[in-house]
Design a protein around this ligand. Structure first.
Ligand code: HEM
Length: 120
């Protein structure tokens, strides 16, 4: 039998709950909320959910947004801001009782895409 993907383990509803929690934490955190002042937050939420389901977790949805480097170009996202995001993602996964092995995999994925998102 094929190995279950993270998507299989979390389920679509679980992923949506985690991404919404992550997003709420980011926009309430004064260290990073300023990045989102001009963003279209509904679109961003939906795209992040699609992105996580299709890329991070191996699920079936297609991500039809622009690529990550283009999406974050000019936002000047710092290494520190990215580390804040990783902490909020871990806290969001914990809140929904996602197992530590999945937390580790998600964090590894986020560290992998970091060079595309932070400013050079
Ligand atoms: C952790 C991994 C991240 C992923 C997977 C991710 C994913 C995305 C995606 C898919 C978009 C495009 C949405 C669209 O087409 O509207 C986007 C845009 C954006 N992201 Fe991220 N992002 C991440 C981290 C961050 C961080 C750390 C910040 C800020 C601290 C950030 C701030 C933004 C903002 C402000 C936009 C909207 C830009 C605009 O509306 O023009 N992102 N992100």
């Amino acid at each position: 039998m094929a190995k279950p993907t993270l998507y299989d383990q979390l389920g679509e509803e679980g992923i949506i709950a985690v991404v919404n929690e992550f997003y709420d934490r980011m926009i309430m955190d004064k260290r990073v909320s300023h990045y989102f002042i001009h963003a279209d937050t509904d679109r961003l939420r939906e795209h992040q959910i699609q992105y996580f389901i299709s890329h991070v977790l191996g699920g079936p949805r297609q991500y039809d947004g622009i690529n990550l480097r283009t999406a974050h170009n000019g936002l000047n996202i710092t290494n520190e801001a990215y580390e804040v995001a990783i902490k909020h993602m871990n806290a969001s996964l914990r809140k929904f009782n996602v197992s530590p092995d999945i937390q580790v995999k998600v964090e590894a994925f986020l560290r992998g895409i970091k060079p595309h998102i932070i400013k050079k």
